[in-house]
Write a protein that binds this ligand. Sequence first.
Ligand SMILES: [Zn+2]
Length: 358
Amino acid sequence: MRRLLWLCALCAFILPVTGAAGATDATDATDATDAVSTAGAIDTAGTVDTAGAAEAVESDAAIDTETIDLDNAALESLPESDSALAKREKTDVVYLPILMYHQISQKESKWGDYVISDREFEDDLQLLKENGYTTITVSDLLKFMRKKRKLPPKSVMLTFDDGFESDYVYAFPLLKKYKMKAVFSVIGKYTDFYSQENISKHINYSHSTWDEVIEMHKSGLAEFHNHSYDMHVMEGRRGALRKRGESLEAYKQAVSDDLGRLNAAYAERIGGVPEAFTCPFGCYNDTLCEVLKELGFSAVLTSYQKINKLTGDPEEMYHLNRFVRAHNRNIPKLVESWNVLFEMVPAAKTNRTKIDSP
Ligand SMILES: [Zn+2]
């Protein structure tokens, strides 16, 4: 049984929490559905379509505490040779599951679709490690797509949206503990707001400061991307989508100005410009995608809930699907369904993909 989960309702749930930073009130879900030209289908059991693989196959991946370090080392030191690239077959595919987190809290009353406990996050890390998964970032994926690096055989990407302070307080220490990486997409306006002195803060609603972002970035375990400076709203326009009646020229300028402001802040603080845009509220359409390409973004994180099946077409980077990690979601079952896919694609082949673009 499948049901639709409209991701615009997602951040409408979160926004009142961030009201101190000037966020607008929640938009009702019915209205929100209109805003999303594409929305993800979620399987309530947390499974993916395994094309006939009805039976879950237990992964035989070794539980090896050194796996992560070894695979990360491979990412850095083993560029694919020209001959290896030449042997890539057109039929090869790479599966990449991506999990989408928002906030972590120890306050039980906050737990829900977009807030989980720190214990749940640690359980996820342990589970992924025990099942032989290696965390990768957007830049790791881009290097792979640009034919410069291999991917570990069972890669997974962990993403955190909105830049809550719980990223720093709860997620970051656990990433260090397990030597795993994650991708963070902050909302520039809130990062600026909570970086001010004498601001009232509380872990249940605060966002990370720039100092915290810098510390996380320097660890090498956290990669930061763009979730807009001030387009994380559902008033005026829905996320970063074009407003009704807005000229294309004005729309492009608005997106360029807003995203450029956060890119400039990143460049100043961590010395680099993010290559990925994470769609506020999951609001995504072809027009936004084209504008993002013109602005130089190389990847887009959406909110479709399904595994990524990558064939090497660069266009696939502009529509990366993610599974919402909700409180009490059956993550072991979800990971088991991924294991089925990886079992179907022999490990030796997951390092290879069709790349026929220039
Ligand atoms: Zn968001």
